[in-house]
Design a protein around this ligand. Structure first.
Ligand code: ZN
Length: 308
């Protein structure tokens, strides 16, 4: 089994001077906790707040990348970069956790595809089109609805992502954006972190119609552990996370569901999943509900790895 977390915000915390090479009390993610949790691969998102200008956003993205490289160079006994499933397997064989790169919010790219090409060359494998507000690419699920979906440039941008083999991530996107991305994209589309709207009405969660649409085009949806996405309760447990996973499996099929925690981007977590070292508990509960080892393997990481 290969365990992959499709989304966490570690690079932002690195810029706030957390040392990931040591076990930090109370932190949701650091390298020792990833090792302890048996996590094989994790997407570290270069998260860009919506209020940054294009220049600020670009500087911020590269500053995170630089800090990540510095910290990883100090922990070569624990972690290594990976761009695809083969590199994850090679790192795993050496006993190393794979760090993969995503960009959360396309704002640093502006209208300059050369920046996207550079980030792709540095290993960025998915771009989350926007964050909490509408940007120059598309409407956010928590924005005002500037474009009614993708902007004209956003349509071109999706095609550029396809060309560069960078996955389009529709987490944070408005429903209208997601529908349009699914029309424009020639490749499977992912939703790296969120939950099911049928179980909890939240704009960041996906309605069944879109879960199904993403899966029917070969994409994968990553279920999160963030209480706000799970239920009205402030203390949902692991069981509630697995309720969302099961619902996604029922709607999408077992081959199109994965995990994307959002650790380090959230203030609190589902009870019992306080940090990445406890990640495997989700899989134990899934097993306990009668899923076979093969099915658990798919959700644990295989489905996302198939796209990488
Ligand atoms: Zn996010």
């Amino acid at each position: 089994m290969t365990i992959l977390d499709a989304h966490c915000d570690a690079p932002s915390q690195m810029l706030r001077h957390r040392d990931y090479t040591i076990d930090n009390p109370g932190a949701q993610v650091d390298f020792p906790k990833m090792v302890k949790g048996g996590v094989d691969a994790s997407f570290f998102a270069l998260y860009i707040p919506a209020d940054m200008s294009e220049d600020q956003a670009r500087n911020h993205a590269y500053a995170m990348l630089e800090e990540l490289e510095i910290q990883m160079a100090r922990a070569t006994d624990k972690v290594a970069f990976a761009r695809n499933a083969e590199e994850v397997a090679a790192n795993k064989a050496k006993g190393l956790v794979s760090i993969m790169l995503g960009l959360e919010n396309a704002s640093p790219i502006g209208h300059d595809i050369a920046v996207l090409e550079d980030l792709a060359a540095r290993g960025v494998r998915y771009v989350t089109l926007t964050h909490s507000e509408d940007n120059h690419i598309c409407d956010s699920c928590t924005g005002k609805g500037k474009w009614g979906g993708l902007s004209p440039f956003g349509r071109e941008f999706v095609k550029e992502l396809n060309r560069l083999d960078v996955l389009v991530d529709v987490a944070h996107c408005a429903d209208s954006t997601i529908r349009e991305v699914l029309e424009v994209s020639q490749k499977p589309v992912v939703y790296t972190h969120g939950c099911c709207r049928a179980l909890h009405k939240h704009p960041r969660n996906l309605p069944d119609e879109l879960l199904k649409a993403i899966a029917s085009r070969g994409g994968v949806v990553g279920m999160s552990i963030y209480p706000d996405f799970l239920s009205d309760s402030h203390t949902p447990g692991v069981g509630r996370v697995v309720d969302h996973i099961e619902h996604a499996i029922d709607v999408c099929g077992i081959d199109y569901v994965g995990l994307g925690t959002d650790y380090d981007g959230i203030d609190y977590t589902a009870h019992g999943l306080e940090d990445i070292s406890k990640f495997r508990i989700i899989l134990d509960v899934l097993h306990g509900r009668g899923y076979t080892q093969e099915e658990v393997d798919k959700v644990a990481g295989r489905n996302f790895l198939n796209l990488l």
